[in-house]
Design a protein around this ligand. Structure first.
Ligand code: UDP
Ligand code: MG
Length: 311
C-alpha cells in the first residue's frame, strides 16, 4: 500500500529558499506518491514568480494563493483544504526543516499512529529569544493539554487526514493540533528531526509569539472543555455564588437576632449577600447567552479563516 501524501508549505516572503527546497523534497520523496501544496500567504517579494515557475516545471507542485498575509495557521488551513492526500505533512518553506525526515515520519506513522510529531532536538535558532521561551511553552502546553510532547512548535509533523476532519484553525492554533488529535481519540508519537539555521530571508516571528501561544492555550482549554456545554461553567459558578450569598444572608439575619444589637459584621455580610446574589444572576444569564452563541458557532462552522486570491 502506497498512501497518497500531501506536503503542505505555508510560505511568506521566502524568495531564494523555495527552488532548492522543492528539489530537496522531490529528491527525498522519489518513491512516494506526493503532492506539494505551496500556499503563498500574501508574499510581497519574488515568491509568487518562483512558485509559478516551480508549478509549471513539476505537476506535483500546486500553488494556493491567499489574498493577503493571513498568517501561518490560516495558510496551513488553506493548504489542508486544497489537498487530497490521505496523509498530511506540514513543513516550513524556509529550509529549516529537512525533507529527508519525511520518510522517517511516514515509517513511524505506519506503526499505527495518527500523528507523528517532529522534535527539533538540536534546534538551530537563537537561544534566548526562541529556544528558551519554547522550552517553557512546551512544558506549559504539555501540562495544560495533558499531551506531553517536546516540540509543539516544530512545523514538521505527519497527520492522517481522517483525524483532522472537523478541526478549525485560528490564531496560532496549528501548534496545538497534536493535542487536539489526541482529544479526538488519535494516537501520537514523537521522533527526532533535523533542523537547520535559516540561510536566506528573516524569521517572521519574535519573542511575542510566546504570549499569543499562552492566550491561545486558554481559548483552547475553554473550547475543548466547555464549548459544547458553556452553561455548566457559568451556571456552575453561579450556583456556588448563590450558596455563598445565601450563607452571608443567613449569617446577617442570625446576627440581627444575636446578642449584639449593632454588630460590625452585619453590613459587610449584607453587602456580600447582595454581591453574590447579583453575581449569581449575571452568571446564569451569561451562561444562557454562551449556550446561544455556541449553538450559532456550531451552525456556522463551515466558515473559513481565510480568503483566496481569486475570491
Ligand atoms: N509563514 C507564513 N505566514 C506568515 C509567517 C510565516 O506562511 O505570516 C511561513 C514562513 O514562510 C515559513 C513558516 O511559515 O515557511 C515558518 O515561519 P518562520 O521560518 O518565519 O518561523 P520560525 O522558523 O522562525 O519559527
Ligand atoms: Mg523558520
Amino acid at each position: 500500500m502506497n498512501p497518497s501524501i500531501s506536503i503542505i508549505i505555508p510560505i511568506y516572503n521566502e524568495e531564494g529558499n523555495l527552488i532548492p527546497f522543492f528539489e530537496s523534497i522531490i529528491r527525498h520523496c522519489k518513491d512516494l506518491h506526493i503532492e506539494i501544496i505551496a500556499v503563498d500567504d500574501g508574499s510581497t517579494d519574488r515568491t509568487p514568480d518562483e512558485l509559478s515557475r516551480a508549478a509549471k516545471d513539476d505537476a506535483r507542485i500546486k500553488v494556493v494563493r491567499l489574498k493577503r498575509n493571513f498568517g501561518q495557521t490560516a495558510a496551513l488551513a488553506a493548504g489542508i483544504d486544497h489537498s487530497s492526500g490521505e496523509i498530511i505533512i506540514p513543513i516550513d518553506g524556509d529550509g529549516q526543516n529537512d525533507p529527508a525526515d519525511i520518510p522517517l515520519l511516514l515509517r513511524k506513522l505506519d506503526e499505527g499512529y495518527d500523528v507523528v510529531s517532529g522534535w527539533r532536538k538540536d534546534r538551530k535558532d537563537k537561544f534566548i529569544s526562541r529556544v528558551l521561551p519554547s522550552l517553557f511553552a512546551n512544558k506549559l502546553i504539555s501540562s495544560v493539554t495533558g499531551v506531553r510532547l517536546h516540540d509543539y512548535g516544530c512545523s514538521l509533523k505527519a497527520y492522517r487526514r481522517s483525524i483532522l476532519t472537523g478541526i478549525q484553525l485560528n490564531g496560532e492554533m496549528h501548534r496545538f493540533l497534536p493535542a487536539w488529535c489526541v482529544w479526538q481519540g488519535g494516537k501520537v508519537a514523537e521522533i527526532h528531526v533535523k533542523h537547520h539555521a535559516r540561510t536566506k530571508g528573516k524569521s517572521k516571528y519574535g519573542i511575542f509569539r510566546t504570549f499569543k501561544v499562552v492566550v491561545d492555550l486558554i481559548t483552547l482549554k475553554f473550547f475543548s472543555g466547555y464549548l459544547a456545554k458553556p452553561n455548566y461553567l457559568f451556571s456552575g459558578t453561579g450556583f456556588v455564588f448563590l450558596i455563598l450569598g445565601g450563607a452571608s444572608a443567613a449569617f446577617a439575619i442570625f446576627d440581627k437576632f444575636g446578642p449584639d444589637r449593632f454588630s460590625k459584621l452585619r453590613i459587610p455580610l449584607l453587602l456580600l449577600a447582595v454581591f453574590f446574589g447579583l453575581g449569581a444572576i449575571f452568571l446564569v444569564l451569561m451562561g444562557l447567552l454562551a449556550e446561544l452563541l455556541t449553538r450559532l458557532y456550531f451552525q456556522v462552522r463551515h466558515q473559513k479563516p481565510y480568503r483566496l486570491m481569486n475570491e
